[in-house]
Design a binder for this molecule. Sequence first.
Ligand code: AMP
Ligand code: ZN
Length: 475
Amino acid sequence: MKIFNSLTMSKQEFKPLEEGKVSMYVCGPTVYNLIHIGNARPMIVFDTFRRYLEHKGYEVNYVSNFTDVDDKIIKAANEEGVSSEEIANRYIEECKKDMAAMNVKPATTHPQATKEIDGMISMIGKLIEDGHAYEKNGTVYFSTRSFRDYGELSHKNLDDLRSGFRSLKVSGEEEKEDPLDFVLWKPKKEGEPAWISPWSDGRPGWHIECSVMAKRYLGDTIDIHAGGEDLIFPHHENEIAQSTCANGAPFAHYWMHNAFLNIDNKKMSKSLGNFFTVRDISKKYDLQVLRLFMLSAHYRSPLNFSADLMEAAKASLERIRTAAERLKDLALRDGGDLKACAEGALKDGELATVAEAEAFIGRFDEKMDDDNNTADALSVVFDLVRFANVNVTEESSAALAAKVLAVLQELCDVLGLIILTEKEDLDSEIEELIAKRQEARKARDFATADRIRDDLKARGIELLDTKDGVKWKKI
Ligand code: AMP
Ligand code: ZN
């Protein structure tokens, strides 16, 4: 399998540190608001890559953080008159709901920066001790000149950068020894959350958080570090400098970066205000449509969000689901379950058809082996759909239909696309939520009751309060 490594700017054969195991760190969102679909791009593409590694038999330790202390969180907290912790916890919960709705698997660990402060203080202490960092009036800076390889990931000309920064000199940063030096620890300002440290009561810089969380949950050297391409400089460059100097070992062997999700060819971002939240999109589309839309482009190519492309993704998903439902009906026409049906008897000549269907797995893997090429892997899925539509008919055995469906299901599972909706599970989950809402109403906890109704609505389910109790319907 080959991965494009941003460090070497080339596709490289993937070799994990330990055979059969992969350690992977993906920078997660800053939690001060609902996530937008730009943030969803790394979540979906790297979740798919993780699923593919698992499909190939690797055991994946997948760590993705929540940045839960940050200027934007503090600002949102002050605006609402609540604590930063309350804002962060609220949006972590909301983010987890969006991830579940997009069928993004929970990480092995989702660390939170504020729970790892001790590790940050000890890494900063070590960097100071070894001459890689210095303190000025309670602020600690990393000394970029102390790390020979600084700039190796972003391939930037450091002299140009240094002179650029010098002319842009921002107030309060004059005490830096070098314009490229960056903050590891900063003293608190009035009304900000703070932790006690040897340098000042304050909080960590953003970059040190990821270095510490990666070390704690994955070790000094990890296989893959990933995130959006806006993080290459300075965030990832700084993580490499801190981790390499503190650990005395290389940090990550492979760096993967997704390109932006754009709108009107501009990066979708909160600051530009040109964004849709995942929650907005869920009101109009099944989020599996969003997932398929994201996977229909290569993760290193910019992707422009448009209503037309979403409609095309919706039609594509429908095509796969229709084929899957048809195969399921053919497989189950005499009863039983899919697993049992797949083990049933084939008709004469069908063995070759099964082999042809299974060969699609190899073709799919070939595409995914080429730097997570989900766009081409998806075309293999459509080829399989066409193959199934032609080769599995009412004359075919139930076993053939079940076996071809199993292949389709396997490939869609790797892409994280849900193609057969499990109606019974959905029914019972909704009934349970309705019961919870009724309890909340009885207890006059209308906020909880309304939240449950709104969450269901976001999933396309409307509750109707009738004389005969609560009914629900799909909208
Ligand atoms: P943030 O909350 O801004 O730190 O972003 C969390 C993750 O989302 C990072 O990996 C970003 O690179 C990524 N990200 C943010 N905006 C976009 C976008 N428009 N397209 C793709 N990735 C993005
Ligand atoms: Zn990070």
